[in-house]
Write a protein that binds this ligand. Sequence first.
Ligand code: SF4
Ligand code: SF4
Length: 468
Amino acid sequence: MAYDNPRFWDSGHLDSEVHRVFEICNGCRLCFNLCPSFDVLFKRIDALDPHRAEAEGKHLEGGMVEEHEAKKLLEQVEVHTESPVSLLEAGDKERVVELCYECKLCFPKCPYVPPHEFAVDFPRLMLRAKMARAKEDGIAFRERFLGATDAVGMVMTKIAPLANGAAHNRFNRMLMEHAVGIHRDRQLPAYADESFLTWWSRRAPVESPAQPNARVAVFATCYGNYNDPEIPKAAVEVLEHAGCAVNCPEQVCCGMPKLDGGDLEGARGLARKNVEMLLPAVREGRKIVSPGPSCTLVLRTEYPELVGTSEAREVSEAVMDLSDFLLQQARHKKLPKGFKTPIGKVAYHVACHNRVQNLGYRGRDLLKWAGADVQLVDRCCGMDGTWGMKTEFFQESLKVADAAASRVESAEADVVSSDCPLAGLQLKQKTGRPVYHPVRILRAAYLGEPLRSPRGGGGVDLPPAADG
Ligand code: SF4
Ligand code: SF4
């Protein structure tokens, strides 16, 4: 349902919509193994079904039934038409809502999404329920904190050594868990001591080619801006190497963390600002390229509705995932091949938010184009924005990541890669291996340099070139 629909905040309508969709899902069950949300929903429905034993034939477990007994048994059979979905309590529904981490994998899988008359959009319905709760109870301090990525990032980059030290101090982490609700054992991303946009503003201007292969503006993402500026810096350098005219307009958080926290008006405010700041670049004929799958998803699919103007549509239509853009350039022979170092074997994790945009394998194909031997890791990492950081979901999040982590480990790759930096954080926590965006791997191969983790230290040397 559209955010501006007058019934969006109508709690009676929301309840009946949740009931309707749960009924359809109960009949369908295609998503039974997708995530904890569906797992809890179906297990609870089964547990509440008073006729479950009959449905499973348990009343006939006594063995072979004689013909005369069968007649008697058939006479006793009662036909019930009420659905166990009606027996779900408010707490059951609440649990299903909070366990949805908005990976959105159920949407492309579902045969009943609009324009089907059933119009099932499970992730949107879960988001609507979260927003309704936030409106009723107010937005919790943790959600405000996690949603204030720019304010927090600006402060933390100014005190990066202190902030990074505190993130490793056990006592601080216990305090943080109690005060903010971020699990003490969650490995947090380090802060850079200079943001990407500051680096860009003091960088000596690079003359654009007279006939650029493409005109682009980089949307760095909050993670790229404050935590790992090496990602957008590599993007700038690789795009320039590909003969593109590159620009980085002023920008703010895409709004995804605020949406996750149910803060619709906060997300709308950020969306309006970004539309205003990115529109001039779009009107200069630039593509907006971003190395963050969740951010491109929000910019491309949510902005037209969050802002509701033709300008917002103009911006959203110009947004492209960075790996997708680079692969296009490569396929049009505009991305040079001359690598100084071979990339070797890569375990590439595909981000859920790229899969739902039908961009699933662009990062893998880009690395393959660059000569890498790529092993695909096609499982959800269970991090999903800030969900996996929260105290009550931390263990569940690690459990979801088991399959992805064991595939990374069994790949025995030289380098681990994902387009999503938060998936990278989760995989690093699970496997101990640093994870790199494909553009960083490309840059390192062009320059023949080792890959370094954001915090310095550690890192990965790409395999030596065959000739030495
Ligand atoms: S969006 Fe992801 S977490 Fe939410 S219900 Fe769908 S599959 Fe589960
Ligand atoms: S979301 Fe769609 S595909 Fe998944 S269980 Fe519900 S109806 Fe079936």
